[in-house]
Write a protein that binds this ligand. Sequence first.
Ligand SMILES: NC(=O)c1ccc[n+]([C@@H]2O[C@H](COP(=O)([O-])OP(=O)(O)OC[C@H]3O[C@@H](n4cnc5c(N)ncnc54)[C@H](OP(=O)(O)O)[C@@H]3O)[C@@H](O)[C@H]2O)c1
Length: 332
Amino acid sequence: MKGLRIEGHGLDSVKLVADLVAPNSSHLEPNQVIVKVKAAALNPNDVRMALGYMTLFTSAAVPGVDVAGIVTAVGSAVSRLSSGHRVHGLAHFRACGCFAEYVVMNEDSLVLIPEALSFSHAASLPCVAETSLQALQAADLRSGQSVLILGGSGGTGSAAIQIAKAIGATVTVTCSERNSELCKSLGASETIDYNKEDFGTRTGQYDVVLDCVGANANFGKGKHVLRRGGRFVAIAFDTDNEGPLTVGRLLKFSLSLSCTKVLSWFSSCSFQFITCFGDRRLLEQVDTMVKDGKMRAVIDSEYRLEQFREAYDRQATGRVRGKVVLIVEDSE
Ligand SMILES: NC(=O)c1ccc[n+]([C@@H]2O[C@H](COP(=O)([O-])OP(=O)(O)OC[C@H]3O[C@@H](n4cnc5c(N)ncnc54)[C@H](OP(=O)(O)O)[C@@H]3O)[C@@H](O)[C@H]2O)c1
C-alpha cells in the first residue's frame, strides 16, 4: 500500500512509498480494527519525529496519529464498530501509522464521525481537541470563570477556545494580530497581541491559564496573572529549547517540571503538565459539542498525500492557523 515512511533524519527523509505492507485482517488482535484512511492531520510532533527528535518515544516508520476513515475489518472482541463505519480517532504516539492507505488501531481510540462532518474536518479534531479538553478538565474550568489561553490560533489553541467557551468561561488568548479575528470568531472575548503586549502585566485576572506555547518559560509570568487558587495547565515543551529528545534532555525537562511544581506549592496557584494519550470518551464529548454547533474544526490547509512535503513544510513553520490536513483518499 501507499503511505509515508521516515527513512532517516530531516524533513527530506520523509518519503512517499508504495511498498508498505497492508494490514491483514487475519492478524488482528481481538480489540483492533483496520481503518481505510481518508484523511489524516499533522501535528508538531510529526515534524519532530521526521527531524529525529522523538526516537526515545517511538520507532514507528509510518508517521501520523490523527485519522478519519472507514472501518474495513474488526477483531474478534470488537463490539462498537463494524465494517463500513465512518470513524475518527487518535493513534497511540508510539504506534502512529495514520499517513498511509490503511492503519490498524485499537477500537478504544476510535469513535463514529458525527453525520455531516467531512473526513478532513474529522481528522483535524482528535489530538488537539482531546488534549485541550483533558487540560481544561484537569484545570477544573467552570462556567463564569475566566481563562487565558497562550497560543490561541494553533491546533490546540483553536480547539481550546471553543471548549472553554462551551464550558461557559470568558476566554482571553494570546495570538499575533493577524490571528485576532480568527480567535474572536471561535469565541475569544479578547486577544492579546504577544508581539506588542506582555501577558504577564495582567496581574490577578484569570482563574485558569492554559499554555499551548511553552511550559516552564511561561509559568513564571503565568502565576502572577492568576487569581488566588488559580490553575496553570501546560501541554507544550519549551519551544525555545527544541532539539532531539535525549534521555538527558528528558530528565532535565522532567526535573524543571518538578521544580516548577514544587515552586507552585509556595505560590497561591497550582501547576500541571498534561500529556494526552488518547481517550475515546474525550473525543465523544468533543463530538457532542460538534453536533450541538459549539465546536468546529479549523483547517489551515489541505494537501493530497502526494503533496506531503508541502504539508510538512507548512506545519514546520510553527505559524499554522488550526490544522494541516493530508487527504489520503479523496472521496466521501
Ligand atoms: N501534551 C500533549 O499531549 C500535547 C498534545 C498536543 C500538542 N502538544 C504540544 O502543544 C504545542 C502546541 O500544539 P499546536 O498543535 O497548537 O501547535 P501549532 O498548531 O503548530 O501552533 C501554531 C500556532 O502557535 C502560535 N504561536 C507561536 N508562538 C506563539 C506565542 N509566543 N504566543 C502565542 N501564539 C504563538 C502561532 O501563531 P502566530 O503565527 O500568530 O505566531 C500559530 O498559530 C506543541 O508544542 C505540541 O507539540 C502537546
